[in-house]
Design a protein. Structure first.
Length: 255
C-alpha cells in the first residue's frame, strides 16, 4: 500500500509543479509580448525620446518637454486614448479606451490577442472633453512589477514625496498632473460610488478633495482647485481582499 500511495502522492505533486511552471512560463511570455508591442509602438511612431528631443520640445502653457502621445499610430490603433508616464517609476504605457466594450483591454494586448497583462485603459465613462467626471485609468498589479504594480510604491512616503508628477498626454496635447493622494479603496459598490461621482458642482468638488486628503496615506502640500481635472489611477491591492489602490492627481495650471 505504501509504494502505491507514494506513487500517487508523487504524481499529484509532479502534476501541481508542472501546472505552476506552465502558468509562470505563460505569464513570462505575456509580459515579454507586451513589452515588445509597447517598444514597437514607441519606435515606429512619434514617441521616441531621442527622436522627440531632436525634433524639439512641445510647448503648451508651462509644459516644455517632448510629447509622448504617438499621434501617428491612430490609424493602426484607433482606440488609443493617451500615453501615461510617471517619472521615477516603471509606469510608461499607452492608455486605451473602448466605450462599447469597456473592459476589452483588461485581458488583451495591443494586438487584441489574449494577454494576462492587458493594457492600461480609460474607463468608458471618462470623457476626454468633459471635466465633470475624473479620468479613471485601470491597470493590472502584475507580480513581475509591470503595468500599474508600481502604484503600490506610493505606500511609502518617500515615493509619494519624490515622484509626484504624472505625464498624461492625449491627441490634443501634453498634460502634466500632480499627485495629491494615495489610498486603499474597496472593490465593491462603495468603491464604485467613490469613482463615479459628478464633480461639476464646486461644493461637491471641494468635499471630494477633502475626502481624498482624509483617505490618503500621506498629506500633500498642494491641493487642486475647482475646475482642475482630476485623474484617478487604479490597480488591484491584494492585502485587503478584493481591494483597490488609487493614486489621485490633478492637472497643473498651464498659465
Amino acid at each position: 500500500m505504501k509504494p502505491i500511495f507514494f506513487r500517487i502522492f508523487s504524481g499529484v505533486l509532479l502534476f501541481a509543479f508542472a501546472g505552476s511552471a506552465l502558468a509562470l512560463w505563460n505569464q513570462f511570455l505575456d509580459s515579454r509580448r507586451s513589452a515588445l508591442q509597447f517598444d514597437k509602438l514607441k519606435e515606429e511612431f512619434s514617441y521616441c525620446e531621442e527622436r522627440s528631443a531632436s525634433a524639439g520640445p512641445v510647448f503648451r502653457g508651462r509644459i516644455s518637454r517632448p510629447g509622448l502621445f504617438p499621434s501617428g499610430a491612430m490609424e493602426d490603433f484607433p482606440f488609443l486614448a493617451a500615453w501615461i508616464k510617471i517619472p521615477g517609476t516603471s509606469v510608461d504605457y499607452p492608455v486605451m479606451q473602448t466605450p462599447k466594450d469597456p473592459d476589452y483591454y483588461l485581458r488583451r494586448g495591443l494586438d487584441g490577442r489574449e494577454n494576462r497583462h492587458g493594457v492600461p485603459y480609460l474607463d468608458a465613462a471618462s470623457s476626454l472633453e468633459s471635466r465633470s467626471l475624473p479620468w479613471i485609468v485601470y491597470g493590472h498589479h502584475m507580480k513581475d512589477g509591470t503595468m500599474f504594480a508600481d502604484l503600490l510604491s506610493y505606500e511609502k512616503e518617500e515615493v509619494f514625496r519624490s515622484c509626484r508628477t504624472v505625464w498624461f498626454d492625449t491627441e490634443s496635447g501634453p498634460g502634466e498632473y500632480e499627485i495629491f493622494g494615495a489610498f486603499y479603496l474597496p472593490g465593491d459598490a462603495d468603491g464604485a460610488d467613490f469613482l463615479y461621482e459628478d464633480l461639476s458642482d464646486e461644493e461637491r468638488f471641494r468635499e471630494k478633495v477633502k475626502e481624498i486628503r482624509r483617505l490618503s496615506l500621506w498629506e500633500a502640500d498642494a491641493l487642486p482647485k475647482f475646475g482642475s481635472r482630476l485623474l484617478y489611477l487604479v490597480t488591484c491591492e491584494y492585502s485587503h481582499g478584493n481591494g483597490r489602490f488609487l493614486v489621485a492627481a490633478y492637472e497643473k495650471s498651464r498659465e
